[in-house]
Design a protein around this ligand. Structure first.
Ligand code: PLP
Length: 374
């Protein structure tokens, strides 16, 4: 069987050191806000060349807190891609904003040409979603944002370590939001998230919001007292997850290299087929969080692969405007057709750092046999 994702292979290799480190962390006496968190925040921020970094409880919280820090007012609109993950949208709504969707291009990323049409006087933020591991065209997005005085919050949940014109994902907009959900580029063994920013005021505010609104940076008589300076939430990255992430962060470039090697193998083995293969845009470094392709008969292909014990997934099977929770608030459905077509035709093949080249070859061999039959 070739599973879509398999974290036990990694865990078998690193469990001794991980468990030893966790044991030490627990004995060190802090379950929250200890040395592990402090070290992780410093290391992640330095690695990705930002000024400030705050760890939070999940990628969803990272987006929610980032948007809260921008103080959305009722009716403020936030633009994002129609094919994004649910949490991008729930964060917008839970921060008090109104999602405005834009269609996607052949690279599955927000279609730059279609953004302008959705901008109104109420547009406050744009969230480019660097889906599947590749960054959006940030130069163009920056131009649009500057001209219309809107902020950029990058959704980097799937793009940690990806680059656009040499810049890391999460460092081009005002805020960059990451997820450490276990399948992600840097996966914890639980939930976790992160926010990068170069703006000291946003940094201060975000630190308050993640911890009940309590001031933990700025010197005043309430510093670190159980006193809320503003209304916050609880979104902490605990010491155990921080311990795991500290260890794995040192290996993350290696994980990305392995993903790129496996993706290259898929691309070469499948090049002469009629599958729509993923591609790396000019100026971009793709980290292949997912290897997503498209075919008119995607459903049949997936079923046939499953019979051969090869697991695939469709990420995501419904664009946002098609979901019950959101369809009534999305008014421009007619402009989102590509996202609907793509949702029906996409599927992702197994790809994770511990996967073997021989397994990629097996997937390709079987996939090509299926393509001849259908
Ligand atoms: C594009 C995108 N945004 C946000 C999230 C939310 O991250 P988390 O699952 O850590 O809350 C995810 C993860 O599923 C994602 O893929």
């Amino acid at each position: 069987m070739i599973r879509f994702w398999n974290y036990d292979r990694e865990y078998k290799k690193i469990n001794k050191i991980i468990l030893k480190n966790i044991h030490k962390t627990i004995l060190a006496g802090n379950i929250f806000f200890g040395k592990q968190l402090e070290n992780f925040e410093k290391a992640f921020t330095k690695k990705y060349k930002a000024k400030y970094g705050i760890a939070v409880g999940s990628g969803t919280d990272a987006l929610l807190i980032a948007l809260k820090s921008l103080k959305l007012k009722p009716g403020d609109e936030v633009i994002t891609a129609a094919n994004t993950a649910i949490p991008t949208i729930s964060a917008i709504i839970n921060a008090g904003g109104k999602p405005k969707l834009v269609d996607v291009g052949d690279d599955y990323l927000i279609d730059i040409k279609k953004i302008k049409k959705e901008i109104t006087s109420k547009t406050k933020v744009i969230i480019p979603v660097h889906l599947y591991g590749q960054m959006c065209d940030m130069n163009e997005i920056k131009k649009i944002a500057k001209k219309n005085k809107i902020k950029i919050v990058e959704d980097c949940a799937q793009s940690q370590g990806a680059k656009y014109k040499g810049k890391y994902s999460g460092t081009i907009g005002q805020l960059g939001c990451f997820s450490f959900y276990p399948t992600k580029i840097l996966g914890s063994y639980g939930d976790g998230g992160f926010i990068l920013t170069d703006d000291f005021n946003l940094y201060k505010k975000i630190k308050r919001i993640r911890f009940y609104g309590i001031e933990t940076i700025e010197k005043n008589k309430y510093l670190n007292k159980y006193y809320a300076n503003e209304n916050g939430i609880n979104s902490r990255l605990d010491e155990i997850q921080a311990t795991i992430l500290n260890f794995k962060l040192k290996k993350v470039d290696n994980y990305i290299n392995k993903r790129r090697i496996l993706a290259k193998r898929y691309l070469s083995k499948l090049s002469k087929t009629n599958l729509g293969l993923p591609f790396e845009n000019v100026n971009c470094k793709h980290v292949y969080h997912l290897f997503t392709l498209n075919h008119k008969k995607a459903k049949t292909i997936k079923k046939m692969l499953l019979k051969l014990k090869i697991h695939t997934r469709t990420i995501y099977p419904y664009p946002i405007q098609k979901m019950k929770a959101y369809r009534s608030i999305i008014k421009n459905k007619r402009n989102l057709k590509t996202s609907e077509i793509k949702a029906k035709e996409i599927f992702s093949l197994p790809l994770y750092p511990e996967m073997k080249i021989s397994e990629v070859d097996k997937v390709c061999y079987n996939l090509k046999k299926i393509l001849v039959k259908i």
